[in-house]
Design a protein. Structure first.
Length: 88
């Protein structure tokens, strides 16, 4: 019985911290601070809920799209550019 109570207490603390960090992340979207990182951390703590997992999956997908748009691909390089010559 004590183990079940401890598990419930840990779950409650995790949920409270998750919502607190999520709320702080939302505030940090309009104030200085790492808002998106805090929101992602809050959702990770709340991942036992289906809606939190869904939002976290959406954030991951958007992050991958952003990374692909910003960083160059690892594909073949443009052949029209001459190779750079370094001084010897």
């Amino acid at each position: 019985m004590l183990i079940k109570t401890l598990q419930q207490a840990k779950r409650l603390i995790k949920i409270v911290f998750g919502f607190t960090i999520l709320a702080a992340g939302l505030v940090m979207l309009v104030t200085p601070g790492p808002g998106l990182a805090a929101i992602a951390l809050g959702l990770l703590l709340l991942a036992e809920f289906a809606w939190a997992r869904s939002l976290l999956k959406h954030i991951k997908e958007q992050g991958v799209k952003l990374r692909d748009a910003v960083l160059p691909s690892n594909g073949p390089k443009n052949a029209s550019q001459p190779p750079s010559s370094s001084p010897k």
